[in-house]
Ligand binder design. Sequence first.
Ligand code: ZN
Length: 338
Amino acid sequence: MENQKLTIEQIRLLPKTELHVHLDCSLSFDFLSTYIPDLTESAFKERFVGPAKFKTLAQFLTYATPQINYLQTEQQLRHSIKDLLKQLKHDSIFYAEIRFAPHLHQQKGLTPFEVVQILTDEAQKWNKKWDIQTNFLLCTLRHFSKKESFEVLELVEHFMGKGVVGFDIAGDEAGFDLQEHQDAFQQAFKKDIPITAHAGEALGAQSVLETLDVLKAQRIGHGVRSIENPDLIKKLINNRIHLEVCPSTNVQIDVFPTYSSHPINTFFSEGVSVGINTDTRTITGIDLSLEYYKMQQVFGWGIEEFKCVNESTINHIFIDEPQKKALTSKLNQGLITY
Ligand SMILES: [Zn+2]
C-alpha cells in the first residue's frame, strides 16, 4: 500500500532523533547577524551556505571556518548552543547528539576544557527549559596530532555522563590517515567509551573497513560508500553497526550525483541500521524536516519508515538501556496522532 503523503508541516511535527549534527556548521542567520550587524540574507547565503555541489570534501570543509570564527567567546558559545537547540525544537527533535571539536575554539584564549564546560552547562539549561534531551560527542580531527587526540579523549572521560557521551573523528578523510589517532581510540575502546567515526564519505568501502577495524567504532558517520562492497554490508548488519546518514550533504559533496541515486533506501531495505541526519545545517541549507520531506518525495518514505529509522537510531544512542526505553516510548507516544 502506498504511504499517506504528509505535508511539510505534518513532517515538522513528527517526533525525531538526530545523531549527526555539527555545532560549528549549523549556525542560523539570526545567530550570525548578531555578530555581523550588516549581514543581509543574501550575504549570509553567499558566505555561509555552500553551493549545490562541491568538488571535494576538503573544499566543503573550508565553509566551516567562517562559522568557527564566531564561536570563540563564552558568550558566543552559550548563544550558539541555544541557537542550535532552537533549530532542533523546530524539527520536533526530542533527542540529539551534537558534535564539535573543543580545540577549534581557542582563538580568544578559552581552553578546550572551558569550551566543553561552557557548552555542557548552557545545553543543560535549555534542555530543561525546552524539554529536549541532548548530549555532546567530542571530535578529534584527521589533521590533528596524536597528542591532540589524547587531549580530546581526556575531555570525553572527564565530561562523560555530564553532557558528553562519546568520541568522534571528523575532518579530511582523503587527506589524512588514521595512524596518529589509533592509540587514542584503542584506549577509548578499552575504557568502554562509545565511539563513532566519520568514514566512507570521501573514500570508499575500504576506509569504512579500516575504521571499524582500527578505531573499533560502533557507529559510522556517513559510511555510505559501504554500498560498494556487499561483504561490508553483511558485516554492518551482523555486527549491528549503525550508519549516521546525511543524504543532502552526501549529494552536495558529490559522493552521489543526485538524491535519487543515494543508497540510503538500499541500506534500509537490506536491514542495515540507518538514521537520517543533517550534518551541516548551514552549509547544506537543510533542516531535518526538509530532509524527511525529501525522503518522502524521492523514496516514498512515510510514517512507518520514519518510525523504523528512529527506533534503529534510539538503539544506537550512546546512553543506557532504561533511557533508550524511555525514548522509544516517547517516540511511540508522539506518533499516536498520525
Ligand atoms: Zn559530519
